[in-house]
Design a protein around this ligand. Structure first.
Ligand code: ASP
Ligand code: MG
Length: 439
């Protein structure tokens, strides 16, 4: 059993959806196909929800109507047979009927989740009708029947596993299953989701639950690159990464993979493949358990970082100081990314600034607090990179003109991270490309 996940752009145009059908029928292995919403749909649904939350029904109505028109023309190009076209029109109409009904009822968080779920529900139903048109035997497996999150909004893998096993057993005569990414049910039994971009997470969870042979994530780029192709011209796809390397890269800003997506597959030792729908023959990137290669593999950058420095003479020879500082961040559920300390000061970074004001207020009794906004973490990642002879020398030499605010080395053996001002990011990525990757 393998998992094949296709993102919004891979199903965002009728011809792309046709291509997806081709890709899933290339081999005989049984598979679960996970689809995102058509590109742009979830954003529109968010906008509809926001408009309703603000009480702007006129705006919401206009967004709903425009989206409906988009689906109508999509169906026109997706399908050929008239009877299937009318079937699709009827099914999509039900979803828009729902969206039009909510214009009349009072807005709530649960309703918001229902609105957001429409995208994946529609994309999978349309795809299923297209498979019917080209006579591909398959089964639409409703994610709401097996994807679960617990009271902490964390996936309940045990329950997912048993529900999925039951469904698969009941339909053991089928070889192709199609299901929705992103959506799930929560502990209260309501429709919920795995947060924006969560379809990768769905795929990884299903891969773990079904003990899949591989979890394929199909997008529109040929795998993970060693540098950001939007900024640096000369980049190359990375063929093999370990789970640890991939997690660090995803976390530190490589856009291709949702950071949380990694752990279920990793825990269950299912390799993850990043593949390109536009170039299906390309090798892409395989993420797996054991990787022999060592040294610098890629660099990634994460913007919108805020650095906070707490300086206090009371820190001198004191214990318990860091604990008090950390407790403030814990209280506001704000993760710390990087941290460096000196004898009288500690600097750390966060990217979630929702509670920045309160955090600063609570840190002030400990000493002088300084805040630097508009920072970027640039992280150079690779198996055992920290142990590579000459690596630091190479990095420092290549970035000698860039002012560095913080350095993190030795936290993990797989990464060296720098905190710099946003405005130096492009220069730094280019410099590292040259100095470390020799490109
Ligand atoms: N459709 C959802 C989103 O755009 C989930 C996903 O695409 O992964 O966030
Ligand atoms: Mg999407």
């Amino acid at each position: 059993m393998k998992i094949m996940k296709f993102g919004g752009t891979s199903v965002g145009k009728p011809e792309r959806m046709h291509q997806v059908a081709e890709l899933i029928t290339k081999d005989e292995e049984s598979k679960i196909v996970v689809l995102s919403a058509l590109s742009g749909t979830t954003n529109t649904l968010v906008n509809i929800s926001d408009a309703l939350a603000e009480g702007d029904k006129k705006k919401a109505k206009k967004l709903i109507d425009d989206l409906e028109n988009h689906y109508t023309s999509f169906i026109g190009e997706l399908l050929k047979k008239d009877e299937l076209k009318s079937k699709a029109v009827k099914i999509i109409a039900e979803h828009f009927e729902f969206l039009n009904i909510i214009l009349r009822i009072s807005f709530s968080d649960a309703l918001n989740k229902d609105i957001l779920a429409q995208g994946e529900l529609m994309s999978t139903k349309l795809f299923s009708i297209y498979l019917e048109e080209i006579n591909v035997d398959h089964l639409l497996l409703p994610a709401l029947e097996f994807m679960r999150i617990d009271g902490n909004d964390e996936p309940d893998l045990k329950s997912i596993k048993s529900s999925l096993a039951t469904l698969l057993k009941k339909n053991s005569n089928k070889k192709i299953f199609v299901t929705q990414g992103y959506i799930c049910k929560n502990k209260r039994g309501e429709v919920d989701n795995l947060k924006r971009g969560g379809s990768d997470y769905t795929a990884s969870l299903i891969a773990a639950a079904a003990n899949a042979s591989v979890c394929e994530i199909w997008t529109d780029i040929d795998g993970m690159h060693n540098n950001d192709p939007r900024i640096v011209k000369k980049t190359k796809p990375i063929e093999i990464l370990s789970f640890d390397e991939a997690a660090e890269l995803a976390y530190f800003g490589a856009k291709i993979l949702h950071p949380t997506c990694i752990w279920p597959a990793q825990q269950s030792h299912v390799p993850v493949k990043l593949l390109n729908t536009m170039q299906p023959e390309a090798k892409g990137t395989t993420i797996q358990d054991n990787v022999e290669t060592t040294g610098a593999k890629a660099v990634a950058a994460k913007d919108g970082i805020v650095a906070i420095k707490i300086k206090s003479s009371r820190m001198l020879l004191a214990y318990g100081f860091l604990r008090k500082v950390f407790e403030v961040f814990e209280k506001y559920r704000t993760p710390i990314d990087m941290i460096t300390t000196s004898e009288v000061a500690v600097s750390l970074t966060i990217d979630d600034t929702n509670h920045l004001k309160n955090i600063i207020k609570e840190l002030e009794p400990f000493g002088t607090v300084e805040v630097d906004k508009d920072q970027t973490i640039v992280s150079i990642v690779g198996n055992l990179i920290a142990e590579e002879k000459d690596m630091l020398n190479k990095i420092f030499k290549s970035i000698k003109d860039i002012p560095v605010r913080m350095i993190s080395y030795g936290g993990s053996r797989h990464n060296v991270s720098f905190l710099i001002q946003d405005k130096y990011k492009n220069e730094m990525l280019l410099a590292v490309n040259k100095g470390v990757f020799g490109m």
